[in-house]
Write a protein of this length. Structure first.
Length: 178
């Protein structure tokens, strides 16, 4: 019997942008609201998860959204960008690098293997675009995510800052060869 989980590329249209805006706001808020002020959280969500912003991201030819569906409900997603300079060495060909910019699942699906399934599909997607490595950032205070990525073979290669509202936070840059 086949799994009811389906992972598919997002359509690049306004309807999908509205769905991604809602899902992105919900999953980011659920993941990080307890560690951030309400003001910083509201500012970050407004700046990064509006339907217009999501539509612009969907229409970027180097950006891909993978959606995880259980039945007809979207329960998680990943955002990939091919050609990432994140943590790149001088003169490195960034066209062979992809960045996992978001990997979120709804709260009820954490710990079910959904994140791992999405990540495996991310590896397949970026390989199909000729990428030989995948990079990402993870917040220094998100131990669960750090452990997840370490189990999947990612290694820390640096650090960077990430702004949530007006709060500058420290993120680790992780990389995995494909």
């Amino acid at each position: 019997m086949s799994s009811p989980l389906r992972i598919a590329l997002a359509k690049r249209n306004a309807t999908m942008a509205a769905q991604l805006a809602e899902l992105g706001q919900q999953t980011f808020h659920d993941t990080y609201a307890a560690q951030n002020t309400p003001e910083d959280m509201a500012l970050y969500l407004a700046e990064n998860f509006g339907p217009e912003q999501q539509l612009a991201e969907l229409q970027d030819p180097d950006t891909y959204f993978l959606l995880a569906y259980m039945q007809q409900e979207i329960v998680g997603y990943a955002k990939l960008h091919v050609g990432s300079e994140l943590g790149a060495k001088p003169n490195e060909d960034v066209r062979t690098r992809a960045e996992l910019q978001r990997l979120y699942v709804k709260t009820d699906w954490i710990g079910t293997g959904l994140g791992a399934a999405l990540l495996r599909r991310c590896f397949d997607e970026v390989r199909s675009h000729g990428c030989r490595s995948l990079v990402l950032t993870v917040w220094e205070k998100n131990a669960r995510a750090q452990e997840f990525y370490q189990r999947k073979g990612f290694k820390q290669i640096g650090e960077t800052t990430f702004r949530v509202g007006n709060d500058m936070q420290n993120d680790f840059i992780l990389r995995k060869g494909l």
